[in-house]
Write a protein that binds this ligand. Structure first.
Ligand SMILES: *[C@@H]1O[C@H](CO)[C@@H](O)[C@H](O)[C@H]1NC(C)=O
Ligand SMILES: *[C@@H]1O[C@H](CO)[C@@H](O)[C@H](O)[C@H]1NC(C)=O
Length: 170
């Protein structure tokens, strides 16, 4: 009888020890799920005057990657009279660290029918998404009757946080 109770107790204790690593792993998963805001500063995006080319520049810091990373791009909109900013597709933007990649997509529209843009910044494989409100993109039609003389630039805050982290659906 005594030996049965002893063996029961040992089994319960052994079970508790074996279970310990499972709860210990949970905090790591929580940390990965909340990457925290990415801080953008010096954000600049502009189509050069009478040119189809756009220049983009910004700096980014992230809680998981505290070094300041500087990014830029110089891309063709395809049309000097564009009323939209150039598409920075995956791989088209440059950064001085391999830890960061980014994209910028401003759907083209007529002058009176502007669209929001989407700016995605991926730090160490975690993608953050920021919607640039259409009101922050300024379109200037310099000369009435000249469809080629348009200026387009980002006129919103130069500093902002990216706090939306969409789960990848792939
Ligand atoms: C990014 O940061 C560097 C170093 O702090 C600074 O020299 C540079 O002007 C910044 N770039 C932008 C676009 O703000
Ligand atoms: C930006 O991220 C969103 C959300 O994951 C995605 O739907 C969109 O296609 C991305 N934009 C670009 C230009 O890759």
């Amino acid at each position: 009888m005594k030996s049965t109770i002893f063996s029961f107790t040992t089994t319960v204790l052994a079970g508790l020890c074996a279970a310990t690593p499972v709860p210990a792993a949970a905090p790591q998963a929580d940390t990965a799920a909340t990457p925290g805001p990415y801080h953008i500063s010096g954000f600049f995006a502009s189509k050069a005057h009478l040119s189809s080319y756009c220049r983009f520049e910004f700096n980014v810091t992230a809680p998981s990657f505290p070094d300041v990373v500087s990014c830029s791009a110089y891309l063709d909109t395809g049309f000097s009279g564009a009323t939209w900013l150039a598409y920075v597709y995956e791989g088209a933007g440059n950064c001085n660290s391999d830890a960061v990649t980014w994209t910028f997509w401003h759907p083209r529209g007529a002058e009176t029918d502007r669209n929001d843009a989407v700016f995605n910044v991926t730090v160490e494989g975690v993608k953050g998404r920021y919607v640039v409100p259409k009101g922050d993109i300024v379109v200037v039609l310099n000369e009435e009757g000249n469809p080629f003389d348009n200026d387009v630039y980002y006129g919103g805050p130069k500093e902002f946080d990216i706090a939306e982290f969409p789960a990848d659906e792939e």
